[in-house]
Design a protein around this ligand. Sequence first.
Ligand SMILES: [Zn+2]
Length: 259
Amino acid sequence: MLAAMAVISLSACGGAGDKKNTAETNRETLFQVSLLQGLTFGDYNGSITASQLKEKGDIGLGTFDALDGEMIVLDGVVYKAKSDGSVEAVSDNETIPFSNVTFFDEDEKQTIENVDDIDALKDLLNEKIADKAGNGFCVIKITGKFKEMNVRSEYEQTEPYKPLATALETDQTFFDYSDIEGTVVGLYCPQYMKQLNAAGWHLHFISKDKEKGGHVLGLNVDSADLSLDYTPGFEMRLTGHFILIPKHHIKMPEAALPA
Ligand SMILES: [Zn+2]
């Protein structure tokens, strides 16, 4: 369903000499389906198909209609990490209530080793992007060997949908892997995005054999290649579903309010 659709586009200012053509600009745009906050309040209705999403990017993360699993988009394929921890490539007509994708163009690469936990990884990533991401986004790939990988998925929901926090109380499934190879797909959103998405890092994992995956809760990196794609543009597609969010829950950030 694509009724009542609106598109908001924001783009960070380029320098005076920034003459990127449209195709290049689109590759440097983070595309977002709906609000994460819509999901928070129980809007699990898919509003865009997997094939439409792939027109907007070849890497990313998200979830599926009815909160049916965690999405990992890698190398142009949309994968679903299901509630039993297994992974499948989805059909083009599968629908999606929330996602972020972009086209991955590597701006930087380095090897990382012996990163003991997810907080240490986030510290490393924050330091890495501190001078470069600015107000923009950063999409990463971490491909290699992990000593530990702790992921979660969730059971498909039935209507009437419960708020996300309530659904996760009973319907999350957890999987802990040791000595596993694969790729973490990650998104960094700046702090000002916290009304539209989650600020900071959001990480999903898919194993090298494409059989295991989920939303990353913890990890221990043995040795891996970290690739970063700084992405200054932003495009968001809203749907009519956002009316489900109670008005009193939509608050402007205090800093943005007039004095
Ligand atoms: Zn997630």
